[in-house]
Structure formats: structure tokens, C-alpha cells
Design a protein around this ligand. Structure first.
Ligand SMILES: NC(=O)C1=CN([C@@H]2O[C@H](COP(=O)(O)OP(=O)(O)OC[C@H]3O[C@@H](n4cnc5c(N)ncnc54)[C@H](O)[C@@H]3O)[C@@H](O)[C@H]2O)C=CC1
Ligand SMILES: O=C(O)C(=O)COP(=O)(O)O
Length: 527
């Protein structure tokens, strides 16, 4: 394996580079690159470690011909085109907890800043004005804090706010009543929150559903004198409406750490009375930055060196212990998927993926992803383990995973049962001695075959002389046979043959084989 190479393209704690080097990974740190500059060099790298400034999009990923993983030292991944990454098989991972306390503390700091007008009072005092009567504040005790988004950061904010004797109400469609009780918040709908909250703080990701969640209409429905804090993402609030409502006095204060356009060197809100701004500092503490740098570097190094996947947004997790055990099963799964996909004549409607024996004890999600990647490869040049589950869903393929407790004939077995409009057919395989994948059953017929290189699949009536006829047709065409794998349905006249050939079989030879007496179906396969 060649030494993987990682580019760190945003400012990060030196811990990240240190860890990459300790793990034997080459690392370059080049921050502040323009898009074209990044495109010019990204082809060299296997990994890209970023924060929020680098915005990897489809153009950058097209140039990133070796890129296997993008690691976000932080939480939000709205700066990464995840569909483009998935389509190219690039794993996207983040560090979901490393900066959450720090960000929650920033939201609380912003709340105090608004309640006591700290930034304006500071500027005025340092300007020698001593305007004691101008800066009349409000107490937090007894006030209602409305949380929009009660995930990791929102829950920490709720905990701190309760420590300040505030009443916490939360709007989050995914928050259960039990969890609301646990975090000490009352679950409410958005209207209830807008009408009751004295302070509103946002803690959702930026998605198509949350974009503009505090648009003009919702801002107008807030309680008069409300104070609003946004340490989540700029696109959640309508900035123009916020400015109008601050100027009209309906909103008493707003503190934004994040903006629709960043870096926000200019913004219409700047200078508005009651407005407080910080330059996306939510995650900027020494502690949080060390946490996320260590975590992102460890996760990326694990993936590049061992295949272990942690905190990925577009592919199932695989632990460092599981990765080496799963690897041969993934190869088996891909090969069986390829076989099933190549032999399916019509669109696949349903696939059942069954595990027996040792495999049934392992994490099935990556195995399923590998099956689907193999199965869809005949119809897609771009499918891979990362995007295969999405592609299967897009094609309405129903995917079922089944684990069997019972021991079968093999130490482990993987069986795929594929349903198309032509019927239901299954293939099964196992791992032999040195973890070598082997097919052991094809459409209910027992046979043992390695699935490798170009192969010919032939279904025929079981008649004397048939094998010889196939052999001589291939021989006359100058095609060398590697292995001949035969199987026969018990008691019946159906036989199947998988022939490993050294070279691909051309259309003329295929046509000749199709004319042999007893042939029912012929297909050229590749693995
Ligand atoms: N200012 C900064 O420097 C930082 C900002 N952030 C931002 O904070 C966001 C939240 O982070 P976490 O709490 O760790 O994420 P999380 O995933 O733990 O929580 C997000 C919550 O939002 C909720 N949610 C999703 N859609 C919603 C909707 N339509 N309405 C209401 N709630 C909805 C989810 O159910 C979830 O509970 C991140 O996505 C990131 O954008 C995170 C870290 C630092
Ligand atoms: O973790 C997040 O989502 C953040 O917004 C932090 O952004 P940053 O890493 O400070 O650019």
C-alpha cells in the first residue's frame, strides 16, 4: 500500500498534522486556497481535512481523482456537497461532539451579551462616556428560552439555561416527550415557541427543511421584545427581516455568530441598534479545537489505513476491530452482488441478504452496501459502497437483511435472493480457508467456484458431450479455459456451468455457443 496523503486546507490545531504523521500519513497544510488553487492540487490527495471555510463541491471532487475521505473537524457539513461525494465514493465524516459544549457556551455568552448589552456598554465605557443610565438590562431568571433544535448543542444549552433558572421550551420535530423531560425542556410546536419565548436560540443544521425557519413571517410572530441568538447557521434567519424588526423595536436584540454569506465582512445588520456579531466563533476555544483536530485525524487515519469508518454521514460505520474481519466478507459480498446483478435479466425489485454462522455475528450494514454496490455495477459506472444504498432506494429496490442463528453446512454463508419480474433466484457464497471468497450455490444448484476475471455462465440440458462441445468451441477461438465449474439440479435435467476464461469471450463466440445443442442461456460475466 502506498503511503496515503492528506491535505489540511483550513486552519486547525497542530494536533491534526501531528497525528497524521504519527500514523505514517503524509500531510500538507495549505490554508486559504482559492477554488482553482485547490482544484490544481487536490488530485494528489487521499484525504482532505477541513473546517467551514473550504467548500468541497462537485468541481473540486471531479479533480480529486484519488480522494477517499473528507474529514470535517467540527459538526456542520453544509459546506460539503455530500451528494457529489457519495456519487464519487468519497466518505464524508465529521466530529459530532468535539465542539458542542464550546458552541453551547457561546450561545449562552451571546444571551448574556444581549440581556446586558455588553458589547455596546463596553465600547461606550472605553470611549470615556460612562453612560450608566443608557444600558438598562433584563434578568434571565424566570425568562423563557425557546430552543429551535434540541440535539447535542441544544440540550447542553437547555441544561445551562436551567442552571440560570430559565424556563426552557423546545421545538424539534425529532424530540421525543421522554427526551424533552430528560433535558428539562417542554416540547412545543413552532408557533407556541414563537409566541412564548423571551429569548430564542437556534441549534439545527442548515437543511432544505430548516433554511429560513426564522423567515419574516415567523419573526413577526415572535413576542414583542424578544432577543434572538444564532450560533447554528446563517441561512436559518432572514437577515433583512431581522434588521427591519430590530429597527422597529419589535425585536429587542439579536446576536449572530453565523451569516448567510461568510466571511461576513459587510452585512446590512452591522451597526443596527441591539445587534451583536461574532465571526463564526462558536467552536473557537482551545479545548474544542484540540478535540476536533484529534478526532478528525484519528478517524481519517483509521479509514485510510484500515478501512474503519466512524462518524461518516454517507456510509455505515465499521469499527477498527471489525474492519479486518469484515474485509473478506465485503469482497465476497461484492462478487456475489456482481454475479446476481449480471444474471438478472430485468429490473431488480427486491433483494434479501441473508447471513449465517460467523457472518451473522458481524455488522451487516457494510456487507449490504457491498452487495448493492456489486449488484448495481452492471447498470452504473459510478456505483460504489457509499452511494449504492441511495441508488437502490432511488430505484425502489426493497432491501432486506436477515440473520440466521442456526449453523449451516458452512462456518459462514452469505445468500442473496433476488426478485425480478422474471422470478426469484438466489446465489450463495462462503469464505474458504485463507478467507478466499467462493460461490457455493447458484440458483439452487450446488457448485464451487471462484468468481474472478472474465467468466462464461451457461445454463443447459444435462446431456453427454455438452462440456466437450463448449471446450472445443472456446479452444477453436483461441480462448484458454482456467477452470470449469459444473453443477446439476438434483434429479433434474438442468445443469449450469461457470467457465473461467483467460480472455473475454467475443460476440461471435458467444453466438456459436448459443447454437450448441441443449443450450438454454449463455452470458458473459466479469468480476
Ligand atoms: N457556530 C459554530 O461555530 C457552530 C455551529 N454548529 C451548528 O450547530 C448545528 C447543530 O449542532 P448539533 O446540536 O451538534 O446537531 P444535532 O444533530 O445533535 O442536533 C440538531 C437538532 O436539530 C433538529 N432539527 C432538525 N431539523 C429540524 C427542524 N426542521 N426544526 C427543528 N429542529 C430540527 C434535530 O432533530 C436535532 O435534534 C450544526 O448542524 C452546525 O450547523 C455546530 C458547531 C459549531
Ligand atoms: O462545527 C461546526 O459546525 C462549526 O460551525 C464550526 O465551524 P469552524 O470549524 O469554526 O469553521
Amino acid at each position: 500500500m502506498t503511503t496515503p496523503k492528506v491535505l489540511i486546507s483550513d486552519k486547525m490545531s497542530p494536533k491534526a498534522a501531528e497525528i497524521f504523521r504519527e500514523r505514517g500519513i503524509q500531510v500538507d497544510e495549505k490554508t486559504g486556497l482559492g477554488k482553482d488553487e485547490l482544484i490544481a492540487i487536490i488530485g494528489e490527495y487521499d484525504g482532505l481535512a477541513i473546517r467551514s471555510s473550504t467548500r468541497p463541491d462537485a468541481d473540486i471532487m471531479d479533480a480529486a481523482t484519488n480522494l477517499k475521505v473528507i474529514g470535517r473537524a467540527g459538526i456542520g457539513t453544509d459546506n460539503i456537497d455530500k451528494d457529489a461525494a457519495s456519487a464519487r465514493g468519497i466518505v464524508v465524516m465529521n466530529t459530532p461532539f468535539g465542539n458542542s459544549i464550546t458552541t453551547a457556551e457561546h450561545a449562552i455568552a451571546m444571551m448574556f451579551a444581549l440581556a446586558r448589552q455588553l458589547p455596546e456598554a463596553d465600547a461606550s465605557t472605553q470611549a470615556g462616556k460612562w453612560e450608566k443610565s443608557k444600558f438598562m438590562g433584563v434578568e434571565l431568571t424566570g425568562k423563557t428560552l425557546g430552543l429551535i433544535g434540541a440535539g447535542n448543542i441544544g440540550s447542553i444549552v437547555a441544561d445551562r439555561a436551567r442552571g440560570l433558572k430559565m424556563k426552557v421550551v423546545a421545538f424539534d420535530p425529532f424530540l421525543t416527550e421522554d427526551r424533552a423531560v430528560e433535558i428539562g425542556a417542554e416540547k412545543v410546536d413552532l408557533d407556541g415557541l414563537l409566541s412564548r419565548a423571551d429569548f430564542i436560540t437556534l441549534h439545527t443544521p442548515l437543511t432544505d427543511q430548516t433554511r429560513g425557519i426564522l423567515g419574516r413571517e415567523n419573526l413577526e410572530r415572535t413576542k414583542k421584545g424578544v432577543r434572538i441568538i444564532n450560533c447554528a447557521r446563517g441561512g436559518l434567519i432572514d437577515e433583512a427581516a431581522l434588521k427591519d424588526l430590530l429597527e422597529s423595536g419589535h425585536i429587542a436584540g439579536a446576536a449572530l455568530d453565523v451569516f448567510g454569506e461568510e466571511p461576513a465582512k459587510e452585512n446590512s445588520l452591522f451597526g443596527t441598534p441591539g445587534f451583536v456579531a461574532t465571526p463564526h466563533l462558536g467552536a473557537s476555544t482551545t479545548e474544542a479545537q484540540v478535540n476536533v483536530a484529534i478526532q478528525v485525524a484519528e478517524q481519517m487515519a483509521d479509514y485510510l489505513l484500515t478501512g474503519a469508518v466512524t462518524n461518516a454521514l454517507n456510509t455505515p460505520s465499521v469499527s477498527a476491530e471489525e474492519a479486518p474481519r469484515l474485509k473478506p466478507y465485503m469482497t465476497l459480498a461484492t462478487k456475489l452482488g456482481l454475479l446476481a446483478g449480471q444474471l438478472a435479466h430485468r429490473g431488480i425489485k427486491r433483494v434479501s441478504i441473508e447471513a449465517e454462522g460467523a457472518l451473522a455475528e458481524l455488522n451487516m450494514k457494510p456487507v449490504t452496501a457491498a452487495v448493492l454496490a456489486g449488484m448495481l455495477r452492471p447498470i452504473s459506472d459510478t456505483v460504489n459502497m457509499v452511494n449504492a444504498p441511495f441508488m437502490a432506494r432511488e430505484r425502489d429496490i426493497d432491501v432486506a437483511e436477515v440473520r440466521h442463528d442456526k449453523e449451516g453446512d458452512y462456518a459462514s454463508l452469505l445468500r442473496l435472493t433476488v426478485e425480478t419480474s422474471d422470478g426469484v433466484r438466489s446465489v450463495a457464497g462462503t469464505l474458504f480457508g485463507d478467507n478466499a471468497p467462493r460461490l457455493v450455490e447458484l440458483f439452487g444448484i450446488r457448485m464451487e467456484a471462484e468468481l474472478d476475471g472474465p467468466m462464461l455462465y451457461i445454463e443447459n440440458e444435462d446431456k453427454p458431450g455438452f462440456i466437450g462441445a463448449v471446450g472445443s468451441t472456446l479452444g477453436q477461438a483461441g480462448i484458454n479455459i482456467g477452470t470449469f465449474n459444473l453443477g446439476r439440479r438434483a434429479g433434474g435435467s438442468d445443469a449450469v456451468m461457470l467457465v473461467a476464461v483467460d480472455d473475454e469471450v467475443n460476440a461471435d463466440v458467444m453466438a456459436t455457443i448459443k447454437t450448441l445443442d441443449g443450450v438454454k442461456n449463455v452470458k458473459a460475466l466479469t468480476f
